[in-house]
Design a protein around this ligand. Structure first.
Ligand code: FAQ
Length: 329
């Protein structure tokens, strides 16, 4: 009899001997910190949560191209334009590795893409905020890529092989992205008074949304505990947010700018950073589709998908022709 996995991935009906053996092997691999590979038996709930997280991550990379692509034509120099184009291309590449990793779990990319286009799938809240000035390219690189790195370096050790391996390459590229963002801000911070103000304004607008990228507080994070038991996530949302705050609290001093957080301090006794309360109602509204740019981001993505139809058709026709030639040969 086929066994059903319940939410925790345990077998709820009488499992077949193969399924029981599969579960035992899965549990042993997780316990010894080895990797689960696509060919391995895995609980349905593990497959589902990974498909959810990896595809949301892929969607974030793809939608995340928009705020920066918006500034390519207005970059202040040829050098900045070339760097920004390369960065946006990198994000497309990250999306592709991640869709490929998600596909190894059994859901085709067309289905994942449809979930994004229909508004059913989530993507990172941060990309629903507008990029209003050139300094925002600096703030996105420094804060958004910085938060992405803090969140994603532990994912290089995720228990699912294809995800962990994709993250290694992504993190290397994100590290370059963060440095280029910091360098944009550093240059502006040492420029004219107006440039310095523009850099500070960008940091002021991106600080809170960047902290929210780590997800809701641990007490309100329904997925964290199970994902940590399965060694997909290695740290909780709050633990990673803490690390990130500690990192940027030091780096902002090098910029000679400030973080918009009068409550920010390191509590020696508790051994942790204290920061201001974040507006979790705003976060919920943004992930429910009601942020400042949600509608615009999805509309643009649908438009791009439609405009790319001829490329998909041409690629499919070429593949069919090649397959036919191979058959004849
Ligand atoms: N935005 O129970 P948890 C980038 C959802 S970096 C939207 O804590 P979980 C690079 C969550 O999905 C950005 N939704 O969930 C770049 C869940 O909803 P569901 C992408 C959020 O999964 C830089 C619900 O809330 N990075 O793209 C957010 O354990 C510059 C409850 O939350 C990743 O995706 C949010 N911020 O932890 C590109 C990293 N937070 O699905 C271009 C991988 C939470 O149950 C330019 N993902 N939710 O309906 C993760 O590490 C995790 O999925 C978390 C959330 C930490 C995001």
């Amino acid at each position: 009899m086929a066994a059903q996995n319940d939410a925790g991935g345990h077998l709820s009906a009488v499992p077949s001997p193969e399924e029981q053996a599969g579960l035992e092997r899965f549990n042993a691999l997780i316990a010894e910190d080895s990797r689960i590979e696509p060919r391995d038996w895995m609980p349905e709930a593990y497959r589902k949560t990974l498909t959810r997280q990896i595809s949301q991550h892929a969607h974030s990379e793809i939608i995340g191209m928009q705020p920066e692509a918006n500034w390519i034509t207005r970059a202040p120099s040829l050098k900045r334009k070339a760097i920004l184009i390369a960065k946006v291309q990198d994000e497309a590449g990250h999306g592709l590795y991640l869709y490929s990793a998600a596909e190894t779990l059994g859901t085709p990319r067309e289905v994942l893409n449809e979930q994004l286009l229909s508004g059913k799938a989530k993507y990172s809240s941060i990309f629903n905020y507008p990029a209003l000035s050139w300094a925002d390219m600096g703030a996105i690189g420094w804060l958004v890529d910085g938060a992405a790195i803090a969140n994603q370096v532990p994912l290089c050790r995720a228990s699912y092989g294809p995800y962990g391996r994709a993250m290694v390459r992504i993190c290397k590229e994100e590290s370059f992205h963060q440095r280029q963002g910091f360098e944009i801000l550093l240059e502006l911070a040492h420029g004219t008074e107006a440039q310095k103000r523009m850099a500070q304004d960008a940091i002021n607008r991106f600080y809170e949304p960047a902290l929210m990228m780590f997800g809701p507080p641990d007490g309100d994070s329904p997925n964290s505990q199970q994902s940590m038991e399965w060694k997909i996530k290695r740290f909780s949302n709050d633990e990673l947010r803490q690390r990130f705050v500690g990192m940027i609290a030091e780096q902002v001093k090098v910029l000679g700018l400030t973080l918009p957080d009068p409550e920010l301090r390191f509590d020696e006794e508790a051994g942790r950073w204290v920061h201001k309360d974040l507006d979790w109602d705003e976060f919920k509204a943004v992930i429910a589709g009601n942020g400042p740019c949600n509608a615009q981001r999805l509309e643009r993505r649908r438009e791009a998908h439609e405009n790319g139809a001829w490329v998909r058709e041409a690629a499919a026709a070429y593949a069919a022709k090649k397959a036919q030639k191979a058959q004849v040969a």
